[in-house]
Design a protein. Structure first.
Length: 326
């Protein structure tokens, strides 16, 4: 496969800073550096996992890609078009090709709207279908996600969490998108339901040729569903590689610490494995440390790490790391 040909999405030096109110007697404006110089590509038909601790900027990256947040700087090239440079009308035309499945199925569905109206909302905005055609499309989508097509007149409160997330998936698929961003779509569901939803997402990807960005902090689930993984920490990418390469040969100290926390089903191996416990707390994105973002918690940090920001470089084919000592 020619990677150059098949890059559906290219994120280049993406930054998203949120301004905070000025302090008393201070003229200087301060910013929360939620996403700070992030770069990666997404290939057609693949699932790219985006992982990291809570607050590392995963969801902000996802929303900035979709232009729900406008980037502070950088490029988001979707099929060669820079979304960051588009005006609202041109962006609306592109939006039908990119959709999002939200984390909380309880908050992301309007309780005053029927299931049929919720799923048909994208069709109202982007298509000229009549009422009959819309209803048929909604019923087809409900069947596609494993729900009864006769549920169109019911309301969200009549469904369980797993069923509501299926409704959210049906809404995301209404316009036949090329890219679907799944923002922790299973984190609020019961463990018994999580596997069902992930299996559904995989099945839909095979059937419809979808490309996913899967945002999560459940590393074992990300390994199961992803082709490649991006590891983030405090707004920056620490490591990017094939999922098995990251699990078997993590090169960044932060990735190693994350992988050491993943449960192993074999008790003998689990007993002999060394856990890496990171000391200290994550610094504030309002005031990140000088040099490497990870230097305050890194077990191998040296003087250079407190002075220079490490270069994000390709150590081996398709394995990228931001560490001086990788």
């Amino acid at each position: 496969m020619n990677a150059e040909q098949n890059k559906l999405l290219q994120v280049q030096n993406l930054k998203k800073y949120f301004p905070v109110s000025r302090q008393l007697f201070s003229s200087q404006r301060r910013y929360v550096k939620a996403v700070d110089d992030v770069s990666f590509d997404v290939l057609e038909g693949e699932t790219l996992g985006l992982v990291g601790e809570t607050g590392c900027g995963k969801t902000t990256v996802a929303r900035t890609i979709l232009q729900l947040y406008r980037p502070t700087s950088g490029q988001v090239l979707f099929d060669g078009v820079d979304l960051a440079s588009l005006q609202e009308n041109d962006l609306r035309k592109m939006r039908s090709r990119m959709q999002m499945i939200f984390q909380d199925p309880y908050a992301s569905l309007n309780p005053r709207m029927t299931v049929g109206a919720i799923i048909a909302a994208p069709l109202d905005v982007h298509t000229q279908l009549n009422q009959k055609e819309k209803r048929e499309r909604v019923q087809e989508l409900l069947k596609l996600v494993g729900l009864n097509p006769d549920f169109v007149n019911r309301y969200p409160h009549e469904f369980s969490g797993g069923q509501r997330q299926r409704i959210g998936i049906a809404r995301a698929l209404a316009l036949n998108p090329d890219l679907v961003i799944c923002d922790e779509p299973i984190s609020s569901l019961d463990v018994s339901i999580q596997a069902q939803v992930v299996n559904l997402l995989e099945e839909l990807q095979n059937r419809l040729g979808l490309t996913y960005i899967f945002v999560a902090h459940d590393l074992s689930m990300v390994r199961h569903i992803s082709d490649r993984m991006v590891v983030m920490y405090l707004g920056k990418v620490m490591e990017l590689a094939d999922r098995n390469e990251i699990y078997l040969h993590p090169l960044h100290p932060y990735t190693r610490a994350l992988m050491s926390a993943v449960p192993i089903p074999d008790p003998d191996k689990a007993r002999n494995r060394k856990r890496i416990i990171l000391k200290g707390d994550i610094p504030s994105p309002l005031n990140p440390p000088q040099g490497c973002n990870f230097n305050t918690r890194c077990p191998i940090a040296a003087e250079r790490c407190f002075q220079e920001d490490p270069e994000y470089r390709e150590i081996s084919p398709n394995h990228w790391v931001a560490c001086h000592f990788a």
